[in-house]
Every structure is written in structure tokens, then in C-alpha cells.
Design a protein around this ligand. Sequence first.
Ligand code: ZN
Length: 62
Amino acid sequence: MGACPKNRVSKLRGRKRRTHYKATVPTLAKCTQCFQTKLAHRVCPSCGHYNRGLKVLEVAEA
Ligand SMILES: [Zn+2]
């Protein structure tokens, strides 16, 4: 049958457990086309290239 918690987890206990939950810093890589920093395994947002020479996105020039 279904689970029915016998004891309520206190504010302190719940918070103590959640101290291990951490936000991770995203991995940054340099674009091989324009040498700007970009997220790894993502299309470069400044030139629209992926995996050197492969143009995937059309980026509007400022
Ligand atoms: Zn780029």
C-alpha cells in the first residue's frame, strides 16, 4: 500500500539535506571561428557556427 510518512521532516532537517544541492557553473568553451566564449556543445551565439566551418544559424549583424 501507499507510503504514509510517520514523522514530518523538520525545517532544519530538510534544509540540512538540501545544503548538498548546488548550482553548477556552465562549461565555457572558445569558438573556433570567432574565438568568443560560448557554451560547450552549443552553436556559437555570436557567429552562428558549430564545429568549425559549419554555419548553422544566421546571426543578425548589429
Ligand atoms: Zn563564433
